[in-house]
Design a protein around this ligand. Sequence first.
Ligand code: 5AD
Ligand code: SF4
Length: 449
Amino acid sequence: MKKINSKRLFFANNAGKIYIETYGCQMNFGDSEVVLSILKNHGWEITQLPTEADLILVNTCAIRDNAELRVWGRLKELKFYKKKNPALIIGVIGCMAERLKEKLVEKEKAVDIVVGPDAYRDIQKLVALAAHGKLAINTLLSREETYAEIAPVRLDKNGVSAFVSIMRGCNNFCSYCVVPYTRGIERSRPHDTIINEVKELMLNGYKEVTLLGQNVNSYKDNEIGFPQLLEMVANLAPNLRVRFSTSHPKDLSDDVINIIAKTPNLCKAIHLPAQSGSTRMLELMNRKYTREWYLERIATIKRVVPNCSVTTDIIAGFCSETLEDHLDTISLMKEAGSDFAYMYKYSMRPDTKAHKTMTDDVSEDEKTRRLNEIIATQSALSLESNKRDIGQVFEVLVEGESKRSNLRMYGRSSQNKVVVFDRLETQVGDYVMVKITSCTGATLLGELV
Ligand code: 5AD
Ligand code: SF4
C-alpha cells in the first residue's frame, strides 16, 4: 500500500485531466483513442500537456527490446512530474503492461496502475484503487473483447484519414513474436459496428479509412469474411478511400486481390511482410509459407493489379541465420521489388517459441551489418520505384501543408506514396491530380494538372 495523498484521493470518485502518450504500432494509437473515449465517459478531460495532468497514461509496445527501453527511459522522466505534483497518477497500459504485469510496479516505483490491452473498460476502477493507494493491476486477456461499440476519440490531426480497428489479437505465433502473448487470441469485431464507425467518420469529413488488424485476411464475422467486409466498406461511398493492414502472405487470397483490381476506391497498396527470403528461416519463424509462395503472391498481385504497390517487413539476423539465408533475403527483396520496407534487427523476446527453443546466435555486429545491407537494398528499390512514377499522373488525397513550406501541400497516392506539390487553391481533404516531375527515395514531387 502506498501513502495516500488527499488530493489524490479525490480521483477515487472524481475525474480530472488525462494525458496519454503512445508508443508502437497503429493498433496502439487506436487503443489510446478507445481509452480516452472510456475515460471521457467517466468525465475526464483530455489535455495535451503532461504538466497539467492528474493522470498520465503511457501506452506501450513490447515488440523489440529497444521499444521497451524507450518506455523505461520515459518512465524515469515522468517521475519528475510526480515530484512537482505528488497527487499525479501514472499508468502503464498496452503490450509492456501485459508482458511485465506487477514487475513494472516493482521495477519502477512511480507506476501506480498497470492495464493490459483487453482491460481498458476497467480503467476508471483501477484509477480509484490507485487513488486509495492500492495496487491497481488488470492484465486479464479476453476471448471476446473488441471494444466494438466504443467510438474512439480521434487524435489524428489531419481529419482526413483514420484508422479503424477490425480485429484484435493474433493466432499465428510466429516464433520470434511476442504479440500473441501480449494481445491475446484473434477475434473479429462485428461488421455492423465497423460499418457504423466508418459512416460516422464520413459524416465528420474523413475521406480515407485504414482497416487495421494483425492479420486482417483472417477477419471473420459469421458469414462475413475479409473480402466481403472490404466490399461493404468500399461500397459505402465512391469517394471514400479504403486501405488495410497487415496481410499475412499465407492468408492473402486471390479473392482480395481481385476485389482490389475491380474496386476503384480500394487503394492499390498491399503491406505484405516477408520477414525473410530463406525458406529455412521462414520455417523456423513459423511463417507457414515458402520463399516461392511469397514470390508467387507478389507475381499474382502484379499480374492482376499492375499498378499496386507492395511493401514489406524484414527481420535481420534471426536465430541461426547464415550468410546464405541473408543473401536469400536480399535476393527476395530485389525479386519482389518492394516499394517500401520496415526493417529490423532481430530482438529476442522472452516467452516466445524462439526464446524457448532457439539460440540468438547472430552477433550484434553481424545483425547491424546485415541490416545495413538490407536498408541499402531497399533504398535503391524505393528510389527505382519512385523514378518509375516520374511523368505519370496520380490522384492524391491532400493531407496537409508540407513541413518545409506552407506554399506546398502533401498528400498520398492510392499506392500510399507521399506526394508534394505547389499549393495553389488546394485544401486539406481535396482529391487532386498531380503529375510527378521528380522524386527522392522517400517522396514524389509534382505539379497539379
Ligand atoms: N524482433 C525484430 N522484429 C520483430 N518483429 C516482430 N517481432 C520482432 C522481433 N522479436 C517485426 C516483424 C513484424 C513487425 C511488426 O515487427 O517484422 O512484421
Ligand atoms: Fe506477430 Fe506473426 Fe502475429 Fe504478426 S502475424 S503479430 S509477426 S505473431
